[in-house]
Design a protein around this ligand. Structure first.
Ligand code: IPE
Ligand code: IPE
Ligand code: MG
Length: 252
């Protein structure tokens, strides 16, 4: 444990990731294994959210993105969808004093207009109240899918082309970035998916182009600060080459 803390110390010249994204998976299976309803798993997942925000914040991570509800998750049984929506409302309300204390700034990506009114109101309230906070930015991906986001981006750009605000022939990579929901957020350095599945499930397909990927067999409610520390240590030993060769990226 001591070694972990030492190696994670940014003062030692070891790189702390700027942005960590989580696919919080495995709540349902965790609950079923305990003979409980799936919704019990979602309730317990909130504890892990709290632990991750605190752990990431104290390491100096600037952005944490949480995949909380996908576009496809609307197809789940209505009872589970309703429960999740009220859990979001309740959690934002409950966690607000804690977010303020830790200087966390709340943000959201996704098709927010699809959320129930109460949920959207609570979310907007949380975003407004935390807007001046200068610590970690917590990005909630709600009713989000990467294909939805990319389709929206195309629509936004096409509308600008139509009114001559953009020239189709000179659209750049940067124009694409600027029209995504994540336009003001740097790409994730680390993606962590809990729950044992080896897939992205429609999450941040554009932004993950050069992200370091980590998959944990632990179910989300069982994922701990120590698991995050181990992943960051592993990340620090990886060489990110972005297409170049090793000699070009080693800095002395
Ligand atoms: C992730 O856990 C939470 C959401 C998708 C909202 P799951 O509910 O997908 O749990 P499993 O994967 O079925 O165990
Ligand atoms: C991904 O988990 C979405 C979230 C964690 C919000 P899913 O449980 O919905 O993904 P699949 O269905 O296993 O791909
Ligand atoms: Mg799942």
């Amino acid at each position: 444990m001591k070694e972990v803390i030492h190696n994670l110390n940014p003062e030692k010249g070891v790189k702390i990731p700027t942005h960590i994204a989580f696919i919080m998976d495995g709540n349902g299976r965790w609950a079923k294994r305990k003979g409980q309803k799936r919704t019990f798993g979602h309730e317990n997942g909130v504890e892990t959210v709290r632990a991750m925000i605190e752990a990431a914040g104290s390491l100096g991570v600037k952005y944490v993105t949480l995949y909380a509800f996908s576009t496809e998750n609307w197809k789940r049984p209505q009872e589970e969808v309703d429960m999740l929506m009220s859990l979001f409302v309740q959690s934002i309300k409950m966690e607000l004093p804690n977010l303020m204390k830790n200087k966390v700034k709340l943000a959201a990506i996704g098709n927010l207009a699809a959320l129930p009114e109460e949920c959207l109101n609570e979310l907007n309230e949380g975003i407004r109240e935390t807007a001046q906070n200068t610590g970690l930015t917590l990005v909630l991906a709600l009713s989000y899918s990467a294909r939805w986001e990319i389709t929206e981006m195309v629509r936004r750009i096409a509308q600008k082309v139509e009114v001559n605000k953009l020239d189709a022939a000179s659209i750049t990579n940067e124009d694409v970035v600027n029209h995504l929901d994540t336009s003001s957020i740097p790409d994730p350095d680390i993606l962590i998916r809990t729950g044992g599945e080896l897939r992205l499930s429609n999450f941040l397909l554009w932004q993950l182009a050069y992200t370091e990927l980590f998959f944990s067999d632990k179910m989300w409610p069982d994922f701990r600060k120590e698991d995050l520390h181990k992943i960051i240590l592993d990340y620090q030993s990886r060489e990110r080459r972005y297409g170049k060769i090793s000699e070009q990226v080693i800095s002395h």
